[in-house]
Design a protein around this ligand. Structure first.
Ligand code: ADP
Ligand code: MG
Length: 390
């Protein structure tokens, strides 16, 4: 926190020297991300709008002798040794499973992974929804490629890292986090079609910052409710399929389709489907608003997304609503919404530079009064995707 990328790159190189007694060959970084709009659209094969952020995982590394990869984690103060001829999941040093998963996927893809010495450090808060796990995976892939002079298409790299998390770590995540960690662009947000992986970039409103407010509320319900929402979306598709030709996912259902046939769905399922179908439409509208320079419209869409997550998808909670309401009470806040799974975690807001201090003061004070705990507020910029730092 607070130190520049250059300072952190020097610090991770120092850590490497301290542990391994020699110089690293390269230092790479991979960023975390925010989801500006597009909540729960990914598994419905729909549209999302993430941005890479200036919080990241840094890795210093060099090729070594033998058949092991030795990784020193600065955050955990732990060394983990990975035998390349027998890559297994571990219980202790479980953070290394993300790295193991990527090595395993390189092997499955028929690629070489050299023995290496690695030091890793990150300043993305762990487990608070800014996708530190994808950053760790993508940094690993980037390091392997740099140390082997290897080449890989960005899309392939993102898919490989997603498979590492799905198959090796055992987390059923979508493609967004790895995709933006690889391909993000400074100052821009990405519009991503989760079905086709077609994507394009749009400039964020000039003179604004991305502000994340962490409610500090444990997300106890998130896992089970997530599975319930996924099942409800599948139920909606299986019923609507009888009335609308050729649909495979809620992504294929238009607003008009849903108006015509929504009555055939059970009440709760209809609400879930309405959220997803309209949220997809809002992501498209958000892209158009950014391209047209219509900041007010972009902000309104974020607020509508929050209301829909609260009232139709029912994944909000008091804490998220308090943060969102406090955020939009600040005149320089363009819009604000809960981010990710829901039931706690963080909100994301887009705030004019000159209003950031006021935002911090107002949101902290109002939230603390209601929740009895201060939120953690991070002021971020949209950054580039993964690459070599030095
Ligand atoms: P999120 O991706 O939202 O931050 P996850 O639970 O998916 O939350 O991933 C967090 C996990 O990723 C951490 O518990 C840790 O195992 C691993 N991780 C992330 N960043 C680092 C890091 N800098 N060093 C070591 N492990 C990390
Ligand atoms: Mg994660």
């Amino acid at each position: 926190m607070g130190s520049s990328l250059e300072e952190r790159a020097r610090a991770i190189a120092d850590q490497f020297r301290g542990r391994f007694g020699r110089e690293p060959e390269v230092v790479v970084r991979a960023p975390g991300r925010v989801e500006l709009i597009g909540g729960h659209t990914d598994y419905n094969e729909g549209f999302v709008m993430p941005a890479a952020i200036d919080r990241d995982v840094l890795m210093a590394g060099a090729v070594a002798e033998g058949d092991t990869v030795r990784v020193w984690s600065v955050n955990f103060g732990e060394m983990s040794e990975i035998l390349l001829t027998d890559i297994r999941r571990v219980e202790e040093a479980s953070w290394s499973n993300y790295i193991r998963g990527v090595l395993d996927q390189f092997h499955r893809a028929g690629r070489v992974t050299p023995p290496m010495e690695v030091a890793v450090e990150g300043n993305i808060p762990l487990g608070s929804g800014l996708s530190s796990s994808a950053a760790l995976e993508v940094a690993t892939a980037c390091l392997i490629l740099k140390l082997t002079d290897g080449d890989m298409d960005g899309r392939e790299m993102a898919l490989l890292c997603q498979r590492a998390e799905n198959e090796f770590v055992g987390v059923n995540c979508g493609i967004m986090d790895q995709f933006i960690a690889v391909l993000g662009q400074a100052g821009k947000t990405m519009f991503l079609d989760c079905r086709t992986l077609d994507h394009q970039f749009a400039n964020l409103p000039r003179g604004t910052r991305i502000v994340v407010a962490d409610s500090k509320k444990p997300r106890t319900l998130a896992g089970s409710e997530y599975n319930v929402r996924r099942a409800q979306c599948e139920e909606a598709v299986s019923i609507l399929r009888k009335h609308i030709n050729g649909i495979r996912a809620l992504r294929d259902v238009s607003v008009e389709d849903l108006e015509r046939h929504g009555g055939k769905l059970p009440d709760v399922v209809r609400k879930r489907a309405r959220h997803v179908v309209h949220e997809n439409e809002r992501v498209l509208q958000a892209l158009r608003a950014l391209n047209a320079g219509d900041e007010a419209e972009f902000g309104n869409l974020l607020n509508q997304s929050h209301a829909s997550a609260r009232d139709l998808y029912e994944i909000s909670c008091d804490e998220m609503n308090w943060l969102q309401e406090a955020a939009v009470s600040v005149p320089g806040c363009l819009g604000s919404r809960l981010m990710g799974g829901g039931f706690g975690g963080c909100t994301v807001s887009v705030v004019r530079d000159e209003a950031v201090d006021e935002f911090r003061a107002v949101v902290s004070e109002r939230y603390a009064r209601k929740a009895g705990i201060e939120p953690e507020i991070s002021v971020l910029n949209a950054s580039d995707g993964a690459g070599q730092v030095s």
